[in-house]
Design a protein. Structure first.
Length: 170
């Protein structure tokens, strides 16, 4: 009787080897996918905070050109100066009013301007208050510690937080 020696073809991978590679890829994907969502939200918050600071700069430039006019608190759509006023005189461009989580609104409704008073009324404007002239994201439904008179109830987009925090510079 003759023994026949079989030689395995070494050109391919075994099923076990392929399954291990797929398992490693799935584990890595499970670790990385949640991080992409966090990075996206951090980018949205960064954009919103940048818009807030740009709008504050626009309000400060408007105040320098209109020194006798007191700010009125409220959404930038209805405040003094309003989003329309800031845009028409080229202090701000229309893209500044688009909150990253609510891009369909570009009329200033997503941002709140503080006049330094707890009520936001023009008669009670407090220009010596540190929050005078600051802008908060009104879309996120979260009160901003830098903006007097805004309690977070005007927002339209829940589940996000675009405040700068109490230690951030105004």
């Amino acid at each position: 009787m003759m023994w026949v020696k079989r030689v395995r073809d070494e050109r391919g991978f075994t099923l076990i080897e392929l399954m291990i590679v797929i398992l490693v890829i799935l584990v890595l994907a499970a670790i990385l996918i949640p991080q992409f969502g966090l990075a996206r939200e951090r980018a949205r918050k960064s954009t919103c905070v940048s818009n807030q600071r740009n709008l504050e700069t626009a309000v400060a430039m408007w105040q320098a050109d209109n020194p006798g006019v007191a700010l009125t608190g409220g959404k930038l759509k209805n405040s003094v100066p309003s989003a329309a006023t800031l845009s028409s005189t080229q202090y701000a461009v229309q893209g500044m009013y688009a909150e990253p989580d609510d891009t369909g609104v570009t009329d200033g409704s997503d941002y709140y301007l503080s006049n330094g008073s707890a009520s936001g009324a023009a008669a009670s404007a407090a220009s010596t208050n540190p929050s005078y002239g600051h802008v908060a994201c009104a879309a996120d439904q979260v009160a901003d510690p830098w903006v007097g008179g805004y309690d977070g109830t005007l927002g339209t987009v829940g589940g996000i937080n675009h405040t700068r925090g109490t230690t951030a510079s105004p």
